[in-house]
Ligand binder design. Structure first.
Ligand SMILES: [Zn+2]
Length: 440
């Protein structure tokens, strides 16, 4: 097909060009002015609507999608560890195969409706580990999304659960090594719930599968103090000694780290993921994103995958604390958040070994049509501010993943939404009942 008269936009480096795009199979095969349709080729005139590369959620937990509105614990959690113990570690233990599926499907529908085309998910369901990543894959496929999946290895449920988690990662990674829509990684909860033996085992799977680890790092101070008090090491050095800190690895949060830690991470070329809404919600502190460097992306950590909202809140939070942001490749300091969104597409390019996020010839056709008419001049220089102050995910009109429309005219293609939501609400009620029992 040919998408005629697009206002093609990339977030980083910021660019705007009025062009036609030819899509064949999974890719953009031509980009230029006045492309002539071949016989049998569909032409869609977009009348200068914005076309931008599909957005990437670089760290999330689809398993929390059915927690929306769940009754709170009787005693309000007072700190991060209590939030984990009384909310998330009860919820994940209550998940069964049906609730894993509906959590993932509801989260995927949220994501794709907001123009998010790839989810990098971190899953936990200690009572249904084996095959859980296939259930999430099935749900993402149904909504048409791309996924990078992993199972959270941890010691909190004992050795048997830990080993099942490791096996689930390895099985999924090997099965999807050449899958154009899905890839696996080794998931690990956080250093403070993993013994040296468990970290070593994660490192071994990483090395034999030639992949990276997706892990929470220094989200709360407890992760840093655990390493110092129990292992006499900086948390980054401890992870590094087990082969976790490497180029393909994704480190979520990175709040309580020192300058020295950040230079080790930059040297290893890890991906660092900022999760502003979750950081505020859990009151874990402000991430020093001025130290995150060039390989920083944005995640929602369980909040709906609305990346426009995430970027806006990240931008405003950073303004509130008035922390200077070092320039890394773009002169205007406030563009950091949109740069992080563009970086999510670079992360996906490295993971799949294909080009994403450029809308160039031969790049993968993951794209979003946004019905945004700029009421003021829009240039590549001021694009980040149109994005942060003017665009809303409700303006996402259509979404394409791998050359196929997955959202058209604001409808998720092939998904019977009323039916899915009705069933999801029933599944959520049963899930909440099981959570209540675990809280007694
Ligand atoms: Zn997380």
């Amino acid at each position: 097909m040919i998408l005629k008269n697009t206002r093609s936009v990339t977030l980083f480096p910021p660019s705007i060009e009025y062009v036609d795009l030819r899509i064949e199979g999974e890719k953009i095969t031509e980009r230029g002015k006045n492309l002539k349709p071949n016989r049998d080729e569909e032409t869609i005139n977009l009348h200068s609507k914005i076309v931008m590369p599909g957005l990437v959620n670089a760290h999330t937990h689809l398993y929390s999608s059915l927690a929306r509105g769940m009754p709170a614990p009787r005693k309000t959690p007072q700190n991060f560890l209590e939030i984990l113990h009384n909310v998330w570690w009860k919820l994940d233990r209550a998940l069964d195969e049906e609730s894993i599926y509906y959590s993932a499907l509801v989260g995927a529908i949220d994501a794709v409706s907001c123009g998010t085309t790839t989810l990098i998910d971190h899953h936990a369901s200690p009572k249904a580990i084996k095959g859980s990543l296939d259930i999430i894959k099935k749900a993402l496929k149904e909504a048409g999304l791309r996924g990078v999946l992993c199972y959270e290895v941890t010691d909190r449920g004992g050795k048997k659960e830990r080993d099942q988690g490791l096996a689930e990662n390895e099985r999924f990674i090997r099965k999807n090594q050449k899958n154009p829509q899905f890839r696996g990684m080794v998931g690990a909860h956080a250093a403070f719930t993993l013994s040296n033996e468990s970290l070593r085992l994660c490192g071994e799977v990483v090395s034999s599968c030639k992949t990276g680890v997706h892990i929470h790092v220094a989200e709360d101070k407890c992760d840093v103090t655990d390493a110092e008090e129990n292992y006499r090491m900086r948390v980054i050095d401890r992870l590094s000694s087990h082969g976790i800190i490497k180029k393909q690895s994704i480190l979520a949060h990175c709040i309580h780290l020192s300058n020295k830690d950040f230079s080790s991470l930059h040297q290893a070329e890890c991906w660092l993921v900022h999760n502003p809404r979750s950081n505020i919600n859990n009151n874990v502190g402000h991430a020093p994103i001025h130290l995150f460097g060039e390989r920083a992306a944005l995640g929602t950590d369980g909040f709906p995958a609305d990346m426009i909202e995430e970027a806006r809140i990240g931008y405003l939070t950073n303004k509130e604390i008035a922390r200077p942001i070092q320039d890394t490749g773009f002169k205007k300091r406030d563009a950091s958040l949109t740069r992080m969104l563009g970086n999510g597409q670079r992360l996906v390019s490295e993971t799949f070994g294909e080009e994403f996020g450029t809308l160039k010839k031969d790049s993968v056709a993951d794209l979003v049509v946004v019905d945004y008419t700029p009421p003021t001049p829009m240039t590549s220089e001021n694009l980040p501010w149109h994005f942060l102050f003017g665009m809303r995910s409700a303006m996402v009109e259509s979404v394409m993943v791998g050359g196929k429309w997955v959202v058209k005219g604001r409808e998720v293609v092939g998904v019977d939404m009323p039916k899915v939501y009705e069933k999801a609400a029933k599944v959520a009620r049963k899930l909440w009942g099981r959570v209540e029992k675990l809280r007694i």
